[in-house]
Ligand binder design. Structure first.
Ligand SMILES: [Mg+2]
Length: 302
């Protein structure tokens, strides 16, 4: 683990550095408070920090306060190191935002165990962050296909509708529904049906532009959000999707399963408020029209 030492006294810094290196820490040095503040603002700054209280300019206490006030998104564990040893000083240091406090002269072993306590807390916090990250991802994505789930794709649509209204730009929504998908499940089984959904999601993802988004709206229904897209462009993307789904059968184990999709396109009212429910409904209605007109085709909302 990396540790930042901020101390204006070079000898003190060198002593601490030698000890820390011996204990297996990687040391980053700062010669005063200002330099420490610069380092702490870097994205990958050391999370474990030893700060000397008395430094010219920005002192240790002020540095603690500044770091805590800044929001400090990735938590820094601060040990204040100082020769001030009154109770008031201890309270003042902890009040300013330090996590721990050691008075000089200190026992090397005490610093070692206090550092270890800090490292333990930082590791715990990091694994919590990671777990939260995984949870957040799972809450937003469809576990089968890996694309956005129902709630999340609607959130994207909502945001894009607001943005396109503000920017007076055009955008399109595509509702796609696999044709006769029930038959795939009935004929080949649900595991194969799942494999088809995974492959279709992948083909959809490859058919759209970088800034378009695809989500799984329902069982075999997909919703695509195409911001900044004219009618002509949307129709072109729609045809590209039809082609990519129908062009070759989905292969799963020994099966070659022909798949097609029916697509409905709907558009926002450029420069005016477009209701989320209305545009989804319009794309859905157009998609049903495509079903009625023979499937494996697209229809535009009226
Ligand atoms: Mg000092």
């Amino acid at each position: 683990m990396r540790v930042l030492i901020a101390d204006d006294d070079q000898i003190s810094r060198t002593v601490v550095k030698a000890q820390l290196s011996k204990w297996g820490y990687e040391v980053v040095e700062a010669i005063d408070g200002e330099q420490a503040w610069q380092v702490l603002q870097e994205e990958d700054s050391p999370r474990l920090v030893i700060i000397d209280w008395m430094m010219p300019g920005l002192d240790g206490l002020e540095l603690c306060r500044r770091l805590r006030e800044s929001g400090d998104k990735s938590y820094h564990y601060i040990i204040l190191l100082t020769s001030r040893d009154s109770k008031d000083d201890t309270i003042g240091g902890l009040n300013a935002g330090a996590d721990d406090y050691i008075t000089k002269p200190y026992f090397a072993q005490e610093l070692e165990v206090r550092l270890r306590a800090g490292a333990r807390i930082l590791n715990l916090q990091q694994s919590l962050e990671k777990a939260l990250e995984v949870q957040r991802y799972q809450a937003q994505h469809d576990s089968l296909t890996g694309i956005l789930n129902h709630r999340e794709i609607l959130k994207v649509l909502e945001n894009e509708l607001i943005r396109s209204e503000r920017q007076r730009s055009s955008m399109a929504v595509i509702m796609g529904d696999l044709d006769h998908f029930k038959k795939v499940n009935d004929t080949y089984g649900h595991v194969t049906g799942d494999a088809v959904l995974i492959e279709v999601a992948e083909r959809l993802r490859k058919s759209i532009r970088l800034y378009d988004t695809v989500g799984r709206y329902g069982g075999e229904e997909f919703l695509l959000v195409l911001p900044g897209c004219t009618k002509d462009e949307a129709v072109m993307i729609g045809h590209r999707i039809l082609g990519s789904i129908a062009s070759e059968p989905v292969q799963y184990q020994d099966y070659y399963i022909p798949v097609t999709i029916s697509i409905g396109l709907a558009f926002n009212k450029t420069g005016a408020h477009t209701d989320l429910g209305e545009i989804v409904q319009a794309a859905d209605t157009a998609m049903y029209q495509a079903k009625q007109n023979g499937r494996n085709r697209l229809e535009l909302a009226v």
